[in-house]
Write a protein that binds this ligand. Structure first.
Ligand SMILES: NC(=O)c1ccc[n+]([C@@H]2O[C@H](COP(=O)([O-])OP(=O)(O)OC[C@H]3O[C@@H](n4cnc5c(N)ncnc54)[C@H](O)[C@@H]3O)[C@@H](O)[C@H]2O)c1
Length: 458
């Protein structure tokens, strides 16, 4: 059975048939009282779903009430094929934490969105699902923590940002580097001029599909029957959802593995979106470009193999991101993972857990040395985690560390680079005000993400 919008109309789930069911004018995001817990549902119980679940379980203000995944339970999974995932192990994990058996298990996320007791959802599904699930959740009045990259293409992000604004729900993009002090300190030092005039940086992202992720390659080339852990019937369709389905609805062993779907253009954007969602986001934050973006992508070089239908993004790539003020970021998978800013007074390098700064700034301390006139970036209240920052905002209705519109601007850069890669052009000019490519119709068409199998953004 193909679980498209149409077939759902016949299953008694009429009210859940698509995302047009909710009238934005009637959306009224519930803000629990401080005395109440936030009822959270987890949509996507895979590698990151478990990691975020763990983060939310540490917050006593949260009750995980529901876990949702089309997979019941599957083994040999995760980045080193060492874990079991799906809704059954997720329920076991949550129930073991709370010492009860209360967590609800759901295969179809529309049942989660129809549940009025759910205040907020964590969306940790593969990238091809983020936009549609987020928009449906927002229209159902749920607060949304959506994993990065928040979209598969520019048009999706535009709709998400618009719906977030119109509904007023709380939205956190899972680009959690914004809640890590090393990245904030780096961004504040550079933005406040502590490394001197800075007009360039280098950004290292991982390479694609070979090396660190190469272990799944052989598996992904074989055709297998759909495994019975996609249950009830039709749940492989639910996994593929709005992506172009594999021919004949074929199941390709490993294609749903997190080290495979990321590298296929039906379901992910390769490493440029996967890690660009983190480091390009820090670039935008540092440059004060959260509501804008660069004016060009230049010097794209890559080695994409046009005959590889599974790993169909480039394994090696480099390109420049150019801003109107002349700032240039050189991005490459050959550089060390992180961002290196070149200032007149020295270089500053930041990566996860690492901040290397010029000798003169070695003893710099953000608490006492950041002056009133310096750039002060958003700090999660109480120095909490990205997940807790989201929960703060669910209660208060205030902003999050990475709101929807901000995440959209950051990931747009990665999408533009991928458009260059796909079109085989070395660059393109971008108008950040109109969010349009300048003088390239083919590139403008590629801003649009096509949705399949009856799924629509509404
Ligand atoms: N913030 C970070 O540092 C970070 C780290 C890793 C992954 N991520 C992001 O998290 C997301 C998930 O990545 P992952 O590595 O955990 O992938 P994964 O494949 O391990 O997990 C995805 C899960 O979603 C489930 N799923 C698929 N379709 C679904 C649907 N319609 N409804 C509910 N569940 C569905 C899958 O069965 C699987 O359990 C990705 O967008 C990824 O980029 C973020």
């Amino acid at each position: 059975m193909n679980l498209t919008r149409k077939t759902f109309l016949g299953t008694g789930l009429l009210a859940l048939g698509g995302c047009r069911m909710f009238n934005i004018a009637t959306v009224n995001p519930r803000r629990p009282k401080p005395s109440e817990r936030v009822n959270l549902a987890v949509i996507g119980c895979g590698t990151q779903g478990f990691a975020n679940m763990n983060g939310f379980l540490q917050d006593k203000r949260v009750q995980i009430t529901t876990v949702c995944d089309p997979v019941l339970s599957a083994g040999k999974y995760s980045y080193r094929s060492e874990k079991t995932y799906g809704r059954a192990p997720a329920k076991m994990y949550v129930d073991a934490f709370y010492k009860n058996e209360d967590c609800r298990m759901v295969a179809d996320f529309r049942d989660v969105l129809a549940d009025p007791s759910v205040d907020a959802v964590l969306i940790a599904t593969p990238d091809h699902w983020h936009a549609i699930q987020s928009v449906m959740a927002m229209k159902a009045g749920k607060s949304v923590y959506c994993q990065k990259p928040m979209s598969l293409g520019v048009s999706e992000g535009q709709v998400m940002a618009r719906v977030a604004k119109e509904t007023g729900v709380t939205f956190q993009v899972g680009s959690q580097q914004r809640s890590s002090s090393e990245f904030r300190v780096a961004a504040e030092l550079v933005a406040s001029g502590y490394i001197g005039d800075c007009k360039a940086c280098e950004i290292g992202l991982p390479g694609g599909n070979q090396g660190m992720y190469g272990h799944q390659n052989s598996l992904c080339r074989e055709l297998w029957p759909v495994p019975d852990y996609f249950t009830p019937k039709g749940m492989w369709d639910m996994w593929q959802g709005p992506a172009r389905h594999w021919e004949g609805n074929a199941f390709i062993q490993g294609i749903h593995d997190p080290m495979c779907w990321r590298f296929n253009s039906r379901t992910g954007g390769g490493m440029i979106t996967d890690w660009g969602a983190h480091h390009l986001d820090i670039l935008q934050w540092t440059l004060g470009m959260d509501d804008s973006g660069p004016v060009a992508i230049e010097n794209m070089e890559h080695d994409r193999d046009p005959n590889d239908r599974i790993f169909d993004w480039a394994a090696n790539y480099s390109f420049d991101v150019v801003y109107a003020n002349g700032f240039r970021a050189h991005v490459s998978n050959k550089l060390p993972n992180g961002l290196k800013f070149h200032g007149k007074k020295g270089d500053l390098f930041v990566a996860r857990g690492k901040l290397e700064r010029p000798e003169s700034l070695r003893k710099w301390n953000e608490k006492k040395d950041l002056k009133e006139g310096d750039v002060h970036l958003y700090r999660p209240e109480g120095g909490v985690s990205h997940e807790m920052d989201f929960i703060n905002a669910v209660y208060s209705g205030g902003r999050t560390a990475c709101p929807c519109s901000v995440g959209h601007r950051s990931i747009t850069i990665a999408h533009l680079a991928n458009i260059c890669e796909r079109l085989g052009v070395s660059g393109l000019k971008w108008d950040p005000a109109r969010e349009q490519v300048v003088g390239n119709d083919a590139a403008n068409k590629m801003l649009q993400v096509d949705h399949h199998n009856g799924w629509t953004l509404g």
